[in-house]
Design a protein around this ligand. Structure first.
Ligand code: 3HC
Length: 699
């Protein structure tokens, strides 16, 4: 029998233990093993009940996502679930860890369910652009009703078995030895002479039929507004569960699953699932060892420093905040307190834990306090001199094992490291604002950054629940380099004839959370203005420079916080209104530049943005700043509001077709060659019939 499912008989119970580390995904070998084990148990007259359990850390956490690229091999998972359900002897699922997707569907196919009290279960397929395709859409509503079934399927979030809504799915929740408890439960079932209890046979309108329909209709209206295609299909399948006989409902589910799994959305979502995990495997981890981190020093209590401190406290670390003087220190400490209090108000943090977090926070106005820290993160203003001074001082204060990190978002880490006695101890840790919320962490590796410092940065990311992505050193690292190209191309289009409002709308309809000009208004135009002024002396006069943003800043229009920017925000409104005066300023500047305005279609705006992002990504790959295309995608999805269901710009480029994109780039390059230098990889990949995702697979 297959090694992927271990078959044992204990008394009169056959135990089928899934053995496919790390998450017991229901790969082909597991499906074969389950069917073989089932047949064996049914043929053995001494066996009176069958138990399914997962070995290692979890009950199966789903179908094997890697198998979705090719036609499934027999037996398919829906068939496995059907066969378990049709068994003539009681089948008991014993659930621990995370019974997700196909794993939970297997449990739904069983007749009885017992769970460890720490277990969770769920139907996260929607996060992969698909729906539960092994009967989940038909069995979950039969057992639980429409509301809880739709909640599981549309949110994709796991639910704890101890949640009161989970009771409809689990017959028994136990603590301690699950296998033993499940054997005892099986013995009771046998002793009671209880029969198999197929979920498919539930036909009572799944509780209140009218209520069921109204939940379905409400959800349909709600999900129709979502850009992804899977949610609507999920609701339709749940509706079908109540309206159609079980087998017809299963066929309905299968047809929807087949359509979704072949869709671009699912392709993109599966890509980003694996890209996030691969990104965290930095090459330096093979050579370096992470230092143990307990005490984290943070220099600078501004927005970033406070956010980083809050993230560290929430992860159970001790934090020492250092500011220049007592007043700034008090401000920094109260910023941290405010963040945590907000979490309490929103119900995300209990008062006990709030007190515990604060008890691990200290503050001083002297860098000497950093002497016994395991890690020190600098989060002061973006000025090389200031940063160098701080690190030069820290060099004389911290021990030789202390890892140093800078939160710079643009500056040259090699230059910062030059003031250090041990430059190998410095790593860039670029957090995104708000730092206690955003999951992305760019781990910036300088020329002399040591592998231990990198490993420590990655360990910190994991401790904080963040996704680390490696970036080499360049102006803006991965994220801000791609974003700068995006912003530039939007400015060019604005000067050439598109209004900022048209561009924002086009990018929102592409799926961006906000349009680029809305982002500028929200972030504050003054920050980018200060940077432009700083860079002005070294700017190449041959570069195209759009002055509109400067004109707005000269008027004191810094965006939402000043009531005006690209948009108007009357009476402190959060949502901006188009501003005719801004359009007049743009028009005047076009005239000065001698530009005759032309119109841009939504499609052209989106294509230019995609071309700029993907071409910049390709350059970062060539320069070795980014390790793989999936890293760039992970950064853009997690740090810049790029729609997850498009998978990131490199994935969108693959889907748009590299030949077509190269043709676009060449057309744009004819207009402005300095900006649009077509990266050679487009030609190379397209000639070989390959994609950026092939580079991911090979890395
Ligand atoms: N298929 C294939 N590989 C999977 C997988 C799956 N369903 N789930 C996890 N893995 C892999 C990961 O890629 C990773 O591989 P790596 O070590 O080579 O990078 C490894 O297993 C460990 O995963 P994580 O790093 O994510 O481990 P965690 O402990 O942090 O999380 C988890 C465990 C909560 C189970 C998480 O992996 C997860 O959420 N997995 C996906 C669950 C899921 O979406 N299931 C539904 C699948 S679709 C389905 O079932 C369709 C059905 O309806 C027909």
């Amino acid at each position: 029998m297959s090694d992927a499912v271990i078959y044992q008989v204990e008394g009169d119970v056959a135990v089928l233990a899934v053995n496919n580390p790390p998450v017991n995904a229901l790969s082909h070998a597991v499906r074969v093993g389950l069917v073989e084990g089932l047949d064996h148990a049914l043929a053995d007259d001494t066996v009176r009940a069958i138990m399914l359990i997962g070995m290692g850390r979890t009950f199966p956490a789903g179908a094997d996502i890697r198998e979705f690229v090719s036609a499934p091999k027999d037996p398919w998972l829906p068939e496995v679930c059907n066969r378990l359900e049709a068994a003539s002897k009681p089948v008991i699922a014993a659930v621990h860890g995370t019974a997700l997707g196909g794993g939970f569907e297997v449990a739904l196919g069983a007749h009885y369910r017992i769970a460890d009290d720490k277990a969770a279960f769920g139907l996260p397929e929607v996060t992969l652009g698909i729906l539960p395709g092994a009967g989940g859409t038909q069995r979950a509503p039969r057992l639980g009703g429409a509301e809880v079934a739709l909640d599981l399927m549309l949110s994709g979030r796991p639910m704890k078995v101890t949640d009161k809504r989970a009771g409809v799915f689990f017959d028994r929740v136990v603590s301690g030895d699950l296998r033993q408890a499940a054997l005892e439960y099986a013995a009771e079932i046998i002793a009671d002479g209880a029969n198999p209890r197929p979920t498919r046979d539930i036909t009572d309108g799944f509780r209140d039929a009218a209520d069921y329909q109204s939940v379905v209709q409400d959800k349909l209206a709600e999900v129709s507004r979502r850009p992804e295609i899977a949610p609507v299909e999920i609701v339709r399948c749940v509706e079908a569960a109540a309206l159609l006989p079980f087998d017809t409902g299963m066929a309905f589910e299968r047809a929807a699953f087949d359509t979704l799994v072949a869709s671009d959305h699912s392709d993109a979502l599966r890509h980003i699932f694996f890209a996030e995990r691969k990104a965290a495997k930095l090459p330096e981890l093979a050579q370096g060892t992470a230092r143990d981190i307990d005490r984290v020093g943070i220099v600078g209590g501004g927005t970033m420093g406070a956010g980083i401190a809050a993230a560290c406290l929430s992860a159970g670390l001790r934090v020492m905040l250092v500011e220049r003087d007592g007043t700034l220190l008090d401000k920094g400490l109260s910023r941290i307190r405010d963040i945590l209090e907000r979490d309490v108000r929103r119900g995300r943090l209990g008062i006990d834990r709030f007190e515990d977090h604060l008890s691990r926070l200290q503050g001083r106005d002297d860098l000497v306090a950093m002497a016994d820290m395991d890690l020190v993160i600098e989060a002061v203003i973006e000025e090389m001199d200031v940063k160098q001074q701080i690190f030069a001082q820290l060099d004389g204060i911290v021990g030789e094992n202390t890892v140093l990190a800078t939160n710079t978002s643009y500056l040259d880490i090699n230059e910062i490291a030059s003031v250090l006695e041990q430059p190998e101890m410095l790593v860039g840790l670029h957090f995104f604002s708000p730092a206690h919320v955003m999951r992305l962490l760019e781990v910036v590796v300088g020329e002399r950054t040591g592998a231990d410092a990198v490993a420590t940065g990655v360990a910190l990311a994991k401790r904080l629940g963040k996704i680390p992505v490696r970036s080499g050193v360049c102006d803006g690292f991965i994220g801000n380099s791609v974003f700068a190209a995006y912003r530039a191309v939007c400015d060019f289009m604005m000067e050439d004839g598109a209004s900022p409002y048209e561009i924002d709308k086009a990018m929102r309809s592409f799926g961006m959370a906000l349009g680029p000009f809305q982002v500028s208004d929200l972030a504050g135009l003054d920050i980018a203005w200060a940077r432009r002024k700083r860079l002005a002396p070294t700017r190449d006069p041959a570069d195209r420079y759009v002055v509109v943003a400067d004109r707005l800043c000269e008027r004191g229009w810094f965006g939402q916080k000043t009531g005006r920017g690209y948009y108007r925000y009357p009476d402190g409104a959060r949502k901006g209104e188009p501003d005719p005066e801004v359009l007049a300023i743009i028009e005047a500047e076009r005239a000065v530049a001698g530009i005759v305005p032309r119109s841009f279609s939504v499609k052209e705006i989106q294509r230019r943005v995609l071309a700029a992002m993907a071409n910049t990504g390709a350059r970062l790959l060539r320069e070795g700043i980014a390790t793989r295309p999936g890293d760039i995608d992970t950064v853009l999805v997690h740090g810049y509001g790029y729609p997850r269901w498009r998978g990131g710009p490199m994935k969108t480029a693959d889907q748009a077709g590299l030949l077509a994109l190269k043709a676009d780039l060449e057309r744009f390059a004819a207009e402005y060659p300095r900006f649009w230098q077509v990266e050679p990889v487009f030609d190379a990949l397209q000639r070989e019939g390959r994609h950026f995702s092939d580079l991911d697979r090979e890395s």
